[in-house]
Write a protein that binds this ligand. Structure first.
Ligand code: GDG
Length: 458
């Protein structure tokens, strides 16, 4: 088995002597694959070297894994990370043309930093290493490595949605981005829709097309493309959630909501997650169902993210104000309808809260997969499972057929789904949950990792 080299924008270096406390399933699965084969995980340290050129790679060995981190200059961080990745690619891929801020400088910075990563990575490579690159920050990395003569197998997994041609082509450098993908041996997408959109983009630009057996042609390049919906560590997370039910903070939370039904939402603060529409839907639900008023608590856990990007900073205020307004309008001296938390909670507490919640409200306007939906299902008590209300625009909607699918733009429809979820009889809840859980147990994150690496090696 060849050595594995993983490259991602950020690297979850485990704390010495244990798994990263904050590690989600992806990190756990990749760390396991790296531990088994030996290898390197390389990426940005998250730090800036200011105006100075970044110093040497900072290297840390843990067992059979070498973590190799590089700083970036402030200009690099501004242009590559905030500028192009998060203010062009992210909004475009989430269908928000209105929020994309193009700038030649940022585009050039994105390609420049990818070249820089290639130069830092190449000296670490051995001829038969398998390279696995992750996500939208690093699309051009394989092309840069190829230019330097790297012949290794290189795979890419694209975690976010791939938009249709009319949306992608609004981005001036879409051709370079598509050509960047053609430099890989295998490109993995979350869902069939993403893969279809990608093939549609190739055709519309007359760059290429699907040529059968999972292969694509773009210009003079032939590469494989496939669907690898990312999973979670289902069985482990289910056990974890069962234990977490007894966590002291979870017990306190249970006491504080008294015997009310809990509805939970958990999302990074991001405009793709549909938070304002969701709060509107909750308000509509409460107004249309007076019998449920004072009997439910909607807990929204929303850690801040990318606060340096203006759209995110503004959203932080908008969502907090909106939750405050609904509480002011509907709340009573002894009932706060929405509890809005603008910071992260620990993983055990999160798992315990999922398990406690009668409804998991996962209503992004657009999402590559959405792991929260999967975690919510895995955390349920099989004897009394809650109901997942899921946006049809999350990748997870292609897999979790036992959920109540909603269109998050349809506020009334989502409000009705909340009511339906709260009123659903036990046997229907169990039946829906079982279908989803069976799927998640079979398609967990280890299988995702194995399937991708097997196809990359084939
Ligand atoms: C991208 C794509 C795709 C959230 N709040 C807390 C917390 N979280 C954890 C969740 C979950 C993760 O963060 C979020 O993952 P998602 O998949 O829901 O969303 P993105 O962050 O946007 O991820 C997405 C994913 O990549 C993987 O391919 O599914 O579509 O956008 O694991 O649990 N964890 C803790 N406290 C919190 O407050 N501990």
């Amino acid at each position: 088995m060849s050595r594995l080299v993983v490259v991602s924008n950020r690297v979850p270096v485990p704390e010495k002597g244990g798994a990263a406390a904050s590690a989600g399933g992806l990190a756990v699965a990749l760390l396991a694959a790296l531990q088994e084969r030996g290898g390197i995980w390389m990426g940005w340290s998250g730090k800036s070297s200011g105006d100075n050129e970044p110093g040497p790679l900072s290297v840390e060995e843990q067992g059979k894994i070498t973590f190799a981190l590089t700083d970036l200059t402030e200009k690099d961080v501004d242009e590559y990370y905030f500028g192009f990745a998060n203010r062009v690619l992210w909004p475009i891929c989430h269908y928000r043309l209105d929020l994309a801020e193009y700038g030649r400088k940022e585009m050039a910075g994105y390609f420049r930093v990818n070249r820089f990563f290639a130069h830092r990575l190449a000296p670490l490579l051995k001829p038969d290493d398998t390279i696995w690159i992750h996500d939208y920050h690093l699309i051009p990395l394989a092309a840069e490595l190829r230019q330097m003569g790297v012949k290794n197998r290189i795979g890419f997994f694209y975690h976010i949605p791939w938009p249709p041609a009319d949306v992608l082509f609004a981005m001036p450098v879409h051709e370079e981005i598509m050509r960047g993908l053609a430099a890989y041996d295998l490109v993995g997408f979350q869902t069939d829709h993403d893969l279809e959109n990608f093939a549609g983009c190739l055709r519309r630009e007359e760059m290429g097309d699907a040529i059968g057996e999972g292969r694509f042609m773009a210009g003079d390049k032939i590469f494989k493309g496939g669907i690898y919906g990312i999973g979670i560590e289902t069985a482990a997370f289910a056990r974890f959630a069962e234990k977490a039910g007894h966590h002291s903070l979870v017990t306190k939370a249970k006491e504080s909501i008294e015997d009310r039904d809990l509805i939970i939402g958990v999302d990074r603060l991001d405009y793709s997650k549909g938070l304002t529409q969701r709060i509107d839907a909750f308000e509509r639900f409460a107004l249309a169902n007076p019998a449920h008023q004072r009997k439910v608590t909607y807990l929204q856990v929303t850690p801040k993210s990318r606060s340096e990007v203006p759209e995110y900073e503004q959203m932080q205020r908008t969502v907090a104000e909106q939750a405050g307004r609904v509480n002011g309008a509907l709340g009573t001296v002894d009932w706060v309808p929405i509890r809005y938390i603008n910071r992260s909670v620990s993983r055990p507490v999160l798992a315990g809260l999922y398990r406690m919640a009668k409804v998991g409200l996962v209503t992004p306007l657009r999402d590559g997969m959405n792991l929260v939906a999967k975690e919510y299902v895995a955390a349920q008590d099989p004897r009394d499972p809650g109901v997942l209300v899921l946006s049809r625009f999350a990748g997870a909607a292609r897999e979790l057929r036992g959920s109540l699918l909603v269109n998050p733009y349809d506020i009334e429809g989502t409000a009705n789904a909340i009511a339906r979820a709260l009123n659903m009889p036990l046997d229907e809840r169990q039946d829906r949950w079982q279908r989803m859980m069976d799927y998640l147990l079979e398609h967990d994150v280890s299988r995702w990792c194995d399937d991708f690496l097997k196809d990359l090696a084939a």
